[in-house]
Design a protein around this ligand. Structure first.
Ligand code: PXP
Length: 239
């Protein structure tokens, strides 16, 4: 089974918001991403709504025919209410703070064990698959198992940073983390700073990855290759 590609369309919303109108049309882009072969759409609404707005998520839901993944921090009650209302395929819980440029750390699944357990059970009871963003640290993966999440999303920024100088070393902690997650029965997703340059190596070494969510590099690549070609290029890295 090949790894699914979920396109994170936050950057499209950022571009739209920079001019106040509806260009580019986020809903059209989501539909076209699916038409061009993506197997999922990811959005990451933040409390300041500087990228995806809460209303975008509601508008997108009936249009998405692939897997809809909503990422965000459940400490924001508005986020929890939105996810329960929209009922996406998957919610990915991320411990980011207000105003943070982008996600830059995974959950401490030990310190926040009780909080995560309670929060995850709310989403699981509503029939929504859960995933939590984690660094590739074995204790955190063990902690993830304890809190009842269906999947983990491995935070791949460290991998992407080290990949050009030492791909093997960059990938090593992720291979160990994925092996443990597999043994514990946790599904594995991955994301952050994955690109046409580093994606194939990651997936070849960790074929258990069920889904990658990619935004920044993929949307940037569309400037050169166009959306349809870019999605094909990413899918080819995963096949
Ligand atoms: N996963 C999470 C939890 C994220 O916050 C982001 C960025 O919004 C991504 C994946 C995608 O990262 P990138 O935009 O670097 O592909």
């Amino acid at each position: 089974m090949s790894t699914k590609l979920s396109v994170n369309i936050n950057k499209i919303a950022t571009l739209r918001n920079s001019r106040g109108g509806n260009v580019p049309d986020l809903l059209k882009v989501a539909i076209d991403c699916e038409r061009f072969g993506t197997q999922g759409i990811t959005v990451h609404p933040r409390p300041d709504e500087r990228h995806i707005r809460y209303k975008d998520v509601i508008d997108l839901k009936p249009l998405i025919n692939t897997e809809f993944n909503i990422e965000g921090n459940p400490k924001d009650q508005k986020f929890v209410d939105l996810v329960l209302n929209v009922k996406p395929t998957q919610v990915t819980l991320v411990p980011d703070t207000t105003g943070q440029l982008t996600s830059d750390h995974g959950w401490d699944t030990i310190t926040h064990k009780e909080y995560l357990k309670d929060t995850i059970s709310i989403f699981n009871s509503a029939g929504i698959r859960t995933s939590i963003f984690v660094d590739p640290e074995l204790r955190m993966i063990e902690g993830a198992k304890e809190v009842g999440t269906n999947r983990i999303e491995l935070y791949t920024e460290a991998y992407a940073k080290q990949y050009p100088s030492d791909a093997e070393k960059a990938c090593a902690p992720y291979i160990l983390s994925a092996k443990l997650a597999n043994e514990l029965g946790l599904g594995i997703n991955a994301g952050h700073d994955l690109s046409l340059e580093n994606l194939r190596y990651f997936i070849q070494h960790i074929p258990e990855v069920l889904e990658v969510s990619i935004g920044h590099a993929l949307i940037s690549d569309t400037l050169y290759f166009g959306l349809e070609n870019t999605i094909q290029l990413y899918l080819r890295q995963l096949s």
